[in-house]
Ligand binder design. Structure first.
Ligand code: IMP
Ligand code: MG
Length: 190
């Protein structure tokens, strides 16, 4: 708990093998996404639905790049299985606070992996009668897809590696890292 290095770049976390996207690169991409989404929703109000917990960092940054009216809501799901990779079955842990009927929902997720989480969320939210429903995923990992998911906006496509940072965790850790990195396989026994 001693003092920091006095500014400059934070050191790479020792459990991270490689940085895929730096803080600066992420900020530039989020700015682009915000501009595109603002254009697409001109004249409408976005009901932004962040998927807890992974999408919190992305949602917080993205919403500040939107120049249309935005309301913020959250939904939480859990997939059964080991601590981080998803197994298939999805369960709703926390529902929306506000009724989404008639609203323009923008579902914001951290990463599309198998696609099962978003498939479940899209089906669940569509059944509530929104005026529209679009998906925005910060990352897309197409290699492990099991079901088709059509994201309307994607930040970056990533290879089939275990990714942490900028909201993404392994066993609850590393969400606070300001960059996106590949976790060392030794950390998860790989
Ligand atoms: P899907 O249902 O397989 O698409 O899984 C989506 C969820 O799995 C994401 O919201 C993440 O919580 C988690 N996930 C998938 N791949 C990764 C990864 O590389 N790092 C961290 N979490 C991941
Ligand atoms: Mg998640």
């Amino acid at each position: 708990m001693s003092g920091g290095s006095g500014g400059g770049e934070a050191a790479l976390h020792p459990d991270v093998q490689e940085v895929l996207f730096s803080e600066e690169r992420i900020a530039a991409r989020v700015r682009e996404l915000g501009a595109t989404i603002s254009r697409d929703y001109a004249g409408a109000e976005i009901h932004l639905v962040g998927v807890l917990k992974g999408a919190v960092v992305f949602a917080a940054d993205l919403m500040r790049r939107l120049d249309v009216p935005v309301r913020l809501d959250f939904i939480a799901v859990s997939s059964y299985g080991v601590s981080s990779r998803s197994s298939g079955a999805v369960r709703l842990l926390k529902d929306l606070d506000e009724n989404p009927a008639g609203r323009h929902l923008l579902l914001v997720e951290d990463i599309i992996d198998t696609g099962l989480t978003l498939q479940y969320l899209v089906a669940t939210l569509r059944a509530r009668g929104p005026a529209s429903l679009r998906l925005c995923a910060f990352l897309d990992k197409p290699a492990r897809r099991k079901v088709r998911v059509d994201a309307d906006y994607v930040g970056f496509t990533v290879p089939d590696r275990f990714i942490v940072g900028y909201g993404l965790d392994y066993a609850g850790r590393y969400r606070h890292l300001p960059y996106v990195g590949v976790l060392k396989p030794s950390v998860y026994g790989g």
